[in-house]
Design a protein around this ligand. Structure first.
Ligand code: HEM
Length: 181
């Protein structure tokens, strides 16, 4: 393995750990996210859900293109999906820094459904960063066999994270009513 590739793999591991550790701190330990003007930042989650939806559309388009042999268009779609997911991550960090967490208050059957979606979304989103970066690295270094092998895991995980990101937003907007209120 060339030294530059080894450096890139170390960089991917370090970046993935740093991003996930920072998000863990932001979600579970960061305080001071209480917004005094309730609703002021309500547009940010909607924008973030839009980025997730775009990402899902680009991933599916990229897949359709590669299966019809259109490699250039496939590469372009996957780069667009990466930009959409990076924009989502930036928006997510901004919203959590300014507003903090949004609790899910609804009771009944919708509660386990929501938390199943949320927990699987979080678990797979931890994996998606190193998967996407490794798949891109293999494309950049033209190691197509490895690209295909890693991509078989990357695209379903990425699609799941993007789609469930939109679902979490919709659940919080449509069903987040306090059962005891
Ligand atoms: C993380 C982003 C990416 C994912 C998830 C992804 C996904 C895939 C998948 C699933 C395949 C194999 C399809 C199959 O044979 O069943 C594939 C093949 C391919 N991808 Fe990507 N891709 C990504 C990024 C890129 C980029 C940025 C480029 C080009 C600049 C690219 C170029 C190619 C090429 C040329 C092939 C065909 C390789 C071969 O069969 O020899 N991909 N990709």
């Amino acid at each position: 393995m060339p030294v530059s590739t080894r450096h890139a793999i170390v960089a991917i591991i370090v970046l993935s750990v740093v991003i996930n550790a920072f998000l863990f701190w932001l979600i579970y330990f960061h305080t001071g996210g209480a917004d005094p003007q309730e609703g002021r930042f309500a547009w940010i989650p909607a924008m973030n859900a839009g980025f997730n939806a775009l990402s899902a559309i680009f991933v599916v388009s990229g897949l359709v293109f590669i299966h019809s042999g259109r490699r250039r268009e496939h590469g372009l779609m996957m780069l667009c999906a990466t930009v959409a997911s990076a924009a989502f991550l930036a928006g997510y960090i901004v919203y959590h820094s300014l507003h903090g967490d949004t609790p899910f208050l609804a009771g009944g059957w919708i509660r386990p459904v929501y938390f199943t979606i949320l927990i699987t979304h979080i678990v797979f989103s931890i994996l998606v960063v190193p998967l996407v970066l490794s798949t891109l690295l293999c494309a950049a270094t033209r190691r197509w066999q490895q690209h295909r092998a890693i991509a078989r895991w990357t695209y379903p995980v990425w699609l799941y994270v993007s789609v469930t990101g939109v679902l979490v937003f919709l659940f919080l907007r449509l069903f987040n009513v306090d059962a005891g209120a």
